[in-house]
Each structure stands twice: as structure tokens, then as C-alpha cells.
Ligand binder design. Structure first.
Ligand code: NAD
Length: 434
């Protein structure tokens, strides 16, 4: 049975410390038993409208065949009839119209029947400038090449801070896909967000997996020091039909765009990375072993220097002295990815398997050679990340310990910098070979 809606106090700006830098009395992780799937919870309490602006009308916001992501669907379940999407911003007006039409033809029509479409944030800001309209939250799911920067046209976060100071933000990963020289700009954006006190969550949803929170719990409860993280990320390349993904000049390559999820999880467990220690090798598209037979796009249209590596293998030191490694492979066909992350500490191995499809956690503890197996059927980290973000915005009083944002912008920029370091190291290794 669904639980009762939680009592809440009205949305209001909260003092600093929200959105990552939580008060020190709070646990940084979430009790895994609190991560409940969508159909087991009632929508958040209250009856007043919760006005949201969506930026981007693409796959992450409205779903696709490529994966389980679909933020609008989770917003609908979390907010119920309170959800009002006041604006949808996307330069592809027809795409925006099409997704809205679908929503208006369905039972969630009340959230979308008055949604206005704008080509840009500037247009939206101009349209509401002389009104009292101020959204309760803004969710950004546009491509990273248009955000995370201080440069005009790619500075949507700074524009939001200017027009709607203090409005909570949800921002997709990666935080940017600019050049390596522009990483500092992303830190400037992070500083501006932090100084504004806006509640901000970044879409590293794997942190919200029950299995991941259980790993955190075991580490915290046993006071473990992580010695090593070993990550393997094998994507099903046949299912990736977006030309930009295959083009380094657009999406920055598979580590910055996709492996970033496992780089982020590695940091989540291993701590800060010593960026100068990162080494990497790659198997490139033009090497004998790099031929792929089922690429779903026409790769010949991409400049040779922008085609992506098929394999990237990296190792690094954490500042604690621990050692990390990641192998990213674009080799599988079909649709399901094959991913594993193993975390080692004295006497322990915590092995997360298949986080995207059906997460399993294998735990080996001191005094036993056998591994416990934990399964997490129907876990939905996409819902948990949206749910926690909205609970923090709504400041649920019933249980102040429940809601947590597990990835803030500053932290996500560190993951971005780390992924760039891996890309750079693998590219250097190609040059050495020539
Ligand atoms: N966490 C995950 O598992 C996950 C899954 C999918 C996508 N993503 C992330 O979501 C982001 C978007 O990916 P997607 O798959 O939805 O892409 P997409 O191409 O399907 O959609 C992007 C949409 O943004 C629009 N757009 C382009 N420029 C814009 C601008 N300046 N302002 C507003 N809208 C603009 C495009 O017209 C398009 O409709 C990426 O950062 C991607 O990495 C994350």
C-alpha cells in the first residue's frame, strides 16, 4: 500500500549547506531502506502548484527506447497533481510540441495543458520579466555542450542565477563538454551556484542505487578505508544511435559522456583523485582490433580525428594512496550494458554488478571466503534522485534525515575534470606510439 503523503512546510530558500555540503551532523549517505520505488510511495504532500521549467525536450526528459531514463515521468509520480510544467525550453520547437501533445493526450494532462514552449531561456525570462512568475524549480536536460560554461550561449546556469536567483536546479551529467582548457569555467559556474545558495543536484543517478547506498553503509558502519576501486563499463554500442555520441567534437568521447558515471562512482568510494597520476591507453577506431561491425550511425561522416576509441583503460591514485582503475569498452551489441564496480578494503570486497539492468551486490567479509548476494529488484535510481531533490526543496519536516542530494555541481565538476584527465592520458598514449 502507498504510504501517506509527508507533511511539509512551504518551499522556501534554505540557508547554505544544502545541495551537497550538508550540515556535519547529517549522514552523507542514504539509508538504503529509504530508497523506495515509485509505485510504493504517495506523491509529495501539499496541494499548491509546483511550477517547473524543463530545459530540453529530448530523451532524458521524456524517455526513449535507449534506456530507462525519463525525468518527466518521475516528476509526475513524485508531485502528482501538484506538478505544473510552466515552460518547456528547446530550440527544436517541433520536438517540444510533439512531446507535449503526447502528455496532453494522456492522464497527466493537468501538468502540461498550460505549458508554454520557448526557444531559449532568454525568451522565457523576457516573457515572465514583468510578471510574478517564478518557477519553483528548473530541470536542465539540454546537451552539455550548451551548459557548464561562462561563455555566452553555453552559460545557462549563470543565466538562470541572473534571472531567477535562488531557484533550485537539477542538472544532467556531464556538467559540460567544452575543451580541456575550459574546465576552470565549470569551476567558476560551480562557485556561482554555491554562492547563490540555490539547491542544486546533478544527475549522477547511480549514487542513488540501493546497492550503492548499501556499499556506503557497510563502509561507514565498519569504518573501512577503501584500498582500491576496479571499474568495468561495457556499453551496448549497437543501441547508441545518437550521432553526437560517436563524435568527440560533440560529446567529448565515451569517458567524458558515459564512463563518467563509473568515474563518478569510483570517486564516490575512493575519494579525491590525484589528477596528475592518471594514466590510460586506448584501442582506437583505426587499429586492427578496433573494427566494429554494427555501428548504428554513418561513422564516415565524422572527421577521423573525432571518432571515438573502442576501449579506454585507465589507472590512477587517489589522494588517500588508494588505487583506482577503469576499463570502458564499446564492444557489446544488443541493448543491455555489462558493468561492474568492485571496491576493496581490508577484509572486504563489495562488488556491484549490472547496475543499469538488475543490480546485484556481492559482499565478502572478513572471516569468510564466500560472498553474500544481495538483489534489488525494481530499484529506480532515476526516481530516487528526483525524489530526494524535491524533498530537499520541499523541506520535508517529518524526517529531516531522509532527503539527500548526493551529487552537487562542484563535486560533479571534479568528476568532469577526472574524465578529461583520462581522455587526455589515453590520447597522449596514442601519440607515443607513432
Ligand atoms: N543519467 C543518464 O543516465 C542519462 C541518460 C540520457 C541522457 N543523459 C544526459 O542528458 C543530457 C541530454 O541528453 P538526451 O539524451 O536527452 O539528448 P537529446 O539529444 O535526446 O535531447 C536534447 C534536447 O535538448 C535540446 N537542446 C539543444 N540545445 C538546447 C539549448 N540550448 N537549450 C535547450 N534545449 C536544447 C535539443 O533540441 C534536444 O531536444 C546529456 O547531458 C546526457 O548525457 C543522462
Amino acid at each position: 500500500m502507498a504510504s501517506k503523503p509527508a507533511s511539509r512546510r512551504p518551499s522556501e530558500r534554505r540557508p547554505s549547506g544544502i545541495g551537497g555540503s550538508l550540515p556535519s551532523s547529517r549522514r552523507a549517505s542514504i539509508d538504503p531502506s529509504r530508497l523506495v520505488r515509485m509505485d510504493r510511495v504517495a506523491h509529495v504532500g501539499g496541494s499548491d502548484d509546483f511550477n517547473v521549467v524543463f530545459i530540453g525536450a529530448g530523451n532524458i526528459m521524456f524517455g526513449s527506447d535507449e534506456g530507462p531514463w525519463n525525468h518527466s515521468f518521475r516528476f509526475e509520480h513524485k508531485l502528482g497533481p501538484r506538478l505544473k510544467v510552466v515552460a518547456l525550453i528547446d530550440p527544436a520547437i517541433e520536438r517540444a510540441q510533439a512531446v507535449l501533445q503526447k502528455k496532453c493526450d494522456s492522464f497527466v494532462v493537468s501538468a502540461y495543458q498550460n505549458t508554454r514552449i520557448y526557444k531559449s531561456l532568454d525568451d522565457y525570462a523576457a516573457a515572465v520579466a514583468n510578471s510574478n512568475e517564478r518557477p519553483h524549480a528548473i530541470a536542465i536536460g539540454s546537451p552539455p555542450m550548451f551548459r557548464g560554461s561562462t561563455k555566452v550561449g553555453r552559460d545557462v546556469e549563470l543565466q538562470i542565477l541572473k534571472h531567477f536567483p535562488g531557484v533550485p536546479l537539477f542538472i544532467e551529467k556531464p556538467v559540460a563538454t567544452g575543451t580541456e582548457e575550459e574546465i576552470q569555467d565549470a569551476y567558476t559556474v560551480a562557485k556561482a551556484i554555491k554562492e547563490s545558495n540555490a539547491i542544486c543536484s546533478v544527475g549522477y543517478m547511480l549514487r542513488y542505487l540501493k546497492a550503492v547506498q548499501m556499499m556506503k553503509q557497510i563502509i561507514e558502519e565498519n569504518n573501512l578505508r577503501v584500498m582500491s576501486t576496479v571499474a568495468r563499463y561495457a556499453c551496448a554500442y549497437e543501441a547508441i544511435a545518437k550521432p553526437d555520441w560517436w563524435d568527440k567534437s560533440k560529446s567529448c568521447g565515451p569517458i567524458v559522456e558515459q564512463g563518467t558515471h563509473f568515474c563518478d562512482l569510483s570517486r564516490y568510494f575512493g575519494g579525491e583523485v590525484d589528477i596528475s597520476s592518471v594514466t590510460a591507453h586506448s584501442l582506437e577506431w583505426d587499429e586492427e582490433a578496433g573494427h566494429l561491425s554494427k555501428i548504428p550511425i554513418d561513422e564516415s561522416k565524422i572527421a577521423p580525428e573525432n571518432r571515438i576509441p573502442r576501449v579506454t583503460a585507465a589507472t590512477w591514485k587517489y589522494e588517500s594512496g588508494a588505487v583506482g582503475s577503469l576499463t570502458h569498452v564499446a564492444a557489446l551489441q544488443g541493448t543491455n550494458y555489462s558493468c561492474e564496480l568492485e571496491v576493496f578494503a581490508d577484509g572486504y570486497s563489495l562488488k556491484l554488478v549490472n547496475p543499469y539492468v538488475q543490480p546485484i551486490l556481492y559482499v565478502r567479509r572478513p572471516g569468510d571466503d564466500y560472498e553474500e548476494t544481495h538483489r534489488f529488484p525494481d530499484d529506480d535510481p532515476f526516481f530516487s534522485e528526483v525524489s530526494n531533490w524535491i524533498d530537499v526543496i520541499e523541506d520535508i519536516e517529518e524526517d529531516p534525515e531522509a532527503a539527500k542530494i548526493l551529487s552537487n555541481f562542484d563535486d560533479a565538476v571534479k568528476t568532469y575534470e577526472f574524465t578529461w584527465a583520462i581522455r587526455r592520458a589515453s590520447e597522449k598514449s596514442i601519440k607515443k606510439k607513432e
